[in-house]
Design a protein around this ligand. Structure first.
Ligand code: ZN
Length: 288
């Protein structure tokens, strides 16, 4: 038995991608863990999901301007977790009342489109891609599902658990984690020690990094133990204006030279919401 969802009910929520995802979750009440995104799409007038080898594109939605029905195409060369994200992404192109096809037969989305973040971009295509990404992560990792991971102190261990229980990529999980965790976090994605891109929490200080730059010396993470420990790092290696900020970092080495580094800026000493225990900890530490 497939899922049964009411597409008409989604029309009432408007064009906000997070609200559309929320309206789907309202209908998916009993689902726990990995969201069955393919079944969700099929229950909302997607006729088929084809997985084929693609080179320039990561996914596509083949449809008409009216979007009465559609087909989703996913890249066979991508992992299942990436395919799931892409399916969610394509589904918003299908559901959003304000998205406009960017080609004659629908929407064709590249690998770069899957990380587009500029919701306020002037360019319609970029804006649509950014919205599709918001929708995909809200659908696959809703805040209510990830709460348990956010209650603990920041760590890539929690990111890895989150990725496996929700069946999303570690990259997508890390970005969602940084976005939703209450602490001041950033995640830097790199390959062979050079920055690919990074994602920062709203209140994270300006990073002294740019695409292609070498990373500061990484803390731990090796072939034998891919996940390093969370360790204190000098903030002037990482920040534009470090001004005595205390920082820690943890690195996960992945395959083919890829790595991700979680950065955590510790609260200031005069931070108002710092608890008494923290203050005591800090006091004793500074004397030792
Ligand atoms: Zn797209």
């Amino acid at each position: 038995m497939g899922l049964s969802l009411d597409r008409m009910a989604l029309d009432d929520v408007g064009a906000n991608p997070a609200r559309i995802a929320g309206a789907i979750h309202n209908q998916l009440k009993d689902v726990k863990g990995a969201v069955p995104v393919f079944e969700v799409a099929m229950a909302l007038d997607i006729l088929d999901i084809r997985i084929e080898p693609l080179t320039t594109f990561e996914g596509a939605l083949v449809t008409t301007a009216e979007r009465g029905e559609g087909s989703i195409l996913l890249n066979k060369n991508a992992s299942r977790q990436r395919q799931r994200f892409t399916a969610g992404h394509e589904l918003l192109h299908f559901l959003s009342p304000i998205h406009r096809p960017t080609s004659e037969d629908g929407f064709w989305c590249s690998r770069a489109d899957m990380t587009e973040r500029r919701l306020d971009a002037q360019d319609l295509h970029q804006r649509q891609e950014a919205e599709a990404n918001v929708f995909a992560i809200e659908l696959l990792a809703p805040r209510s599902y990830i709460k348990p991971y956010l209650r603990r102190a920041p760590s890539l261990g929690a990111v890895m658990e989150m990725a496996s229980s929700l069946d999303i990529s570690k990259e997508a999980a890390a970005r969602r984690y940084v976005e939703c965790h209450g602490e001041t976090l950033a995640v830097v994605f790199s390959r062979n020690g050079r920055v690919l891109y990074f994602d920062v929490a709203r209140d994270f200080p300006r990073l002294a990094l740019g695409k292609g730059m070498s990373l500061p010396k990484l803390t731990g993470g090796s072939d034998e133990t891919p996940l390093g420990a969370m360790e204190e790092v000098p903030s002037d290696d990482w920040l534009s204006t470090p001004s005595g900020v205390e920082m820690e970092a943890q690195t996960l080495q992945q395959q083919n030279g890829y790595a991700m580094t979680l950065l955590h800026v510790l609260a200031d000493e005069d931070d108002e919401d710092m608890g008494i225990e923290d203050a005591y900890d800090r006091f004793t530490r500074s004397r030792s």
